[in-house]
Design a protein around this ligand. Structure first.
Ligand code: G3P
Ligand code: MG
Length: 249
């Protein structure tokens, strides 16, 4: 099988802005632009009323001034939250963004996107369907579609059924011996692994089978060089201000 022709940059800014701005916000995406990243990764889930929002956790406490489950609140309620003060006073008032707002930002700055579908528990299929149809709508005129990933295989199956043109990657936090059958069944293009799962042999096997390999989260230059040396195609990093320069040296 041929490797996918998606543009595959070497570095993706993890959660939008890495460690330099509140994660999964427009301020974060702009840090990726400032540091000349070609691509960003961010996390997408649903509000109670099925608006696609960009947020990592199931609950609001860590990265906003809200409380409780994100899935328990409507977009009208979530839109009032401050998603920046937790990070620092300079980011006070930063909004929790919709996928639509993040799409506008990424498209206007020519940022490649890896949208990670991060369903709240019990909403895997619904989230896969809603996020895939929204991604296909928002990127309908763009030259490159977003790469869509998830730890949730049911979410990826649902995304594939709704929008078969979207390139898919399966995310692993522990190794799965049936990776090849699972990737083939949804026409996926890549396997996205916790970097600690990878060995030269595993990278070689996955790539020989025709799939790209991405690794998260890699902030140290020596580890990044080792993984890239094994053939890993790309890395998710929080070190926006140091890893690109270190890899150039
Ligand atoms: O998509 C790679 C990485 O973002 C997965 O972990 O928890 O940061 O979403 P997490
Ligand atoms: Mg993520």
């Amino acid at each position: 099988m041929m490797l996918s022709p998606w543009p595959w940059p070497t570095l993706f800014a993890h959660r939008g802005g890495g460690a330099l701005a509140p994660e999964n916000t427009l301020a974060g995406m702009l840090k990726a632009v400032e540091h000349r990243f070609a691509a960003v990764e961010f996390d997408v889930k649903l509000s109670r009323d099925r608006v696609c929002i960009v947020l990592h956790d199931d609950t609001l406490e860590r990265t906003t001034n809200g409380h409780g489950a994100a899935a328990g609140q409507t977009w009208e309620q979530l839109a009032r939250l401050d998603a920046g003060s937790w990070f620092g006073p300079a980011f006070a008032g930063t909004a929790l963004p919709t996928l639509e707002a993040v799409a506008a930002c990424c498209l206007s700055h020519d940022l490649l996107v890896n949208a990670e579908i991060k369903p709240c528990p019990g909403r895997e299929v619904e989230t896969g369907e809603c996020v895939a149809s929204e991604l296909a709508r928002l990127w309908r005129a763009a030259p490159v579609l977003p790469l869509v990933s998830s730890f949730s295989y049911p979410a990826l199956q649902a995304a594939h059924a709704i929008s078969p043109r979207l390139p898919l990657g399966w995310l692993l936090e522990s190794w799965e011996d049936d990776w090849q059958d699972k990737l083939a069944a949804i026409d996926a293009v890549s396997l996205h692994c916790d970097e600690q799962l990878l060995t030269p042999e595993r990278v070689e096997k996955v790539r020989s089978a025709g799939y790209r390999v991405l690794a998260y989260t890699v902030n140290e230059a020596a580890r990044a060089r080792a993984l890239l040396g094994w053939g890993v195609d790309g890395l998710f990093t929080d070190a926006l201000d140091s890893l690109p320069a270190a890899l150039r040296d």
